[in-house]
Design a protein around this ligand. Structure first.
Ligand code: ATP
Ligand code: MG
Length: 557
């Protein structure tokens, strides 16, 4: 992994900002994060959030959170709430909280101004007809038959559009630019459409709504944004962005800059597709731990620090790339390494009876909470005649090189004693249901015993005081990086094994773990207490990430 400081030290947008401040082109930088409230934010948005907020922080400027709510059909107050929560949780404070819909009146007036100067007209063509007459990359478009309408007629029709005289799709307002422009975005793009719908903010006050490409530059200008940062697919829109600012005679002159979207392997990164996963019940909600949403990552157990460090590491560039999801894992391990207590958990229990251990006796063994962070202190772990070990840590007929438990073999119990497998108990079907072992009291952990060595160390939980727990292990939601045909074909690439639920045990004190508490379970990885399924008596642990080393590294196979 690259040195993060080096990766953040600069990016092309910082160079531009530095230059603009040095030349006096801008006095103070103002950025904005402008999500449309049509879904929950994902890790791609986190990249944009970090970029905008950190840029303004570094240059002592301001950042607005602006809800770009110009499409009443897809937007919802629930999403507005979730977006605010996620930005705050990431650790950012916005200077202004704005809604694009607060500017509808001003946008309308600017559109009227365009009509007055002959730069916009009302067009009766349907959406299909507009598409068909737009031309192609090699052919110019055709003028609309309504392009020659007089200013008076346009003013009248636009006012009547607003007044609700027409049905959805019957009329639109278009910019009058150039149907032969080599940039298709300049071939009389639509500025306003009719939609008789209830808007989450303005209710039924409006039945015409500005198109994104027209609204966005106006929103930026109204707020005095200086650097309007968006993703690369808007590059071809930049000339229209500048046209809107100039023709609408905005006092403030924001400039648009584009950077590459973040894409991550084996998942989808679009609110529309993520909504499909929710609507089709592939996941249990926007915050399902398998989702690449900020709320999903939070519920899985990611921390804001880890996400921010990841965003810094991937940096900002103008070339699109696909980032391996394991990069994200690296940062959460780094963040939790010294923060999370290290305890034991048995995910798939197998009962072990230690036949030579006194019946009814429970002793308290001492263990460090985090060997790399001694300040986290020690704890006591009960030990008795009955314990659980991991089913995987026993094999009746082990392959060569297997150093865990098998008949006649001796292993170390982490923090406790050596035990030796003496007898295997099976049910009528031949399944192993219990092991009988003996222990050697001389071998107590910390006693300095050097009499002999064993090759395997396994973890365990004392059976009578064990706290029952559920464990949820995740795999990527998609089998591969599915291309989408726009019809939701990526749904065919869903990984059927993306969730595995296991019932096991944790150390007694973890029975009362609270949602969002995080732990490292010896050999299993980092886990977070789930906020949805955890009940008073039974914690549910989501695996955030396995340990970096493979399950058995250094511990014998
Ligand atoms: P989606 O398709 O997921 O809805 P969007 O780009 O339509 O994404 P917006 O709500 O418009 O979503 O996005 C708000 C801001 O976040 C925009 O400035 C957008 O460029 C940025 N953004 C969205 N997705 C990504 C991504 N994958 N990587 C980086 N920035 C992104
Ligand atoms: Mg969108």
């Amino acid at each position: 992994m690259e040195n993060t400081a080096a990766a953040t030290s600069s990016n092309f947008i910082k160079h531009i900002v530095t230059e603009d401040l040095n030349t006096g082109k801008v006095k103070e930088i103002v950025t904005r994060f402008p999500p449309e409230p049509n879904g929950y934010l994902h890790i791609g948005h986190a990249k944009s959030i970090c970029l905008n907020f950190e840029l303004a922080d570094e240059f002592k400027g301001r950042t607005n959170l602006r809800l770009d709510d110009t499409n009443p059909l897809k937007e919802d107050a629930e999403y507005v709430q979730a977006i605010k929560e996620d930005v705050k949780w990431l650790g950012f404070e916005w200077d202004g909280l704005f809604f694009a819909s607060d500017y509808f009146e001003e946008m309308y007036e600017r559109a009227v101004r365009l009509i007055r100067k002959g730069a916009a007209y009302v067009c009766d063509l349907s959406a299909d007809e507009i598409r068909e007459t737009r031309g192609t990359l090699t052919q110019p478009g055709q003028d609309s038959p309504h392009r020659g309408r007089s200013v008076e007629e346009n003013l009248d029709l636009f006012a009547r559009m607003r007044a609700g005289e027409f049905k959805d799709g019957q009329k639109v307002l278009r910019a009058k630019i150039d149907m032969a422009s080599p940039n298709i975005n300049l071939r009389d793009p639509v500025l306003y459409r009719i939609a008789h719908a209830i808007h989450h903010n303005t209710g039924d006050k409006w039945c015409i709504y500005p198109m994104y490409a027209f609204a966005h530059p106006l929103e930026d200008a109204i707020e005095g944004v200086t650097h309007s940062i968006c993703t690369l697919e808007f590059e071809d829109q930049r000339p229209f962005y500048d046209w809107v600012i100039a023709e609408c005679e905005m006092e403030s002159q924001p400039k648009q800059y584009e950077f590459a979207r973040l894409n991550i392997t084996n998942t989808v990164m679009s609110k529309r597709k993520l909504k499909l996963l929710v609507d089709e019940s592939v996941v249990d909600g926007w915050d399902d731990p398998r989702m690449p949403t900020i709320s999903g990552l939070r519920r899985k157990g990611f921390t804001p620090e880890a996400i921010r460090a990841f965003c810094r590491e991937i940096g900002v560039s103008r070339s699109n790339s696909l980032v391996d999801s394991r990069n994200l894992d690296f940062f959460i391990r780094e963040d939790l390494k010294l923060k999370a207590p290290r305890t034991m958990a048995v995910l798939q229990p197998l009962k072990v009876v230690i036949t030579n251990y006194p019946e009814g006796q429970i002793e308290q063994l001492e263990a460090e909470n985090n060997t790399e962070a001694p300040e986290m202190g020690n704890r006591h772990i009960p030990f008795s005649r009955e314990i659980y070990i991991e089913q995987d840590d026993f094999m009746e007929e082990p392959p060569k090189g297997y150093h865990r438990l098998y008949p006649g073999n001796e292993v170390r119990l982490k923090h406790a004693y050596f035990i030796k497998c003496q007898e295997v108990i099976k049910d009528a079907d031949g399944n192993v249901i219990e092991l009988r072992c003996t222990y050697d009291p001389e071998t107590k952990s910390g006693s300095g015993f050097t009499g002999r060595k064993v090759k395997g160390t396994i973890h365990w939980i004392e059976a009578t005081q064990a706290a029952p727990a559920e464990f949820r292990l995740f795999e990527p939601i998609l089998n591969d990086d599915a291309e989408d045909d726009g019809e939701g074909s990526f749904l065919e690439h869903i990984n059927p094994n993306s969730l595995e639920v296991l019932q096991g045990f944790v150390e007694p004190q973890l029975g009362s773990a609270k949602p969002q508490d995080k732990f490292q379970f010896f050999r299993h990885g980092y886990f977070n207490v789930d906020s949805k399924y955890t009940t008073a008596g039974k914690p549910v642990f989501n695996r955030i990430v396995s340990l970096k080393s493979s399950f058995d590294a250094g511990k014998g196979k």
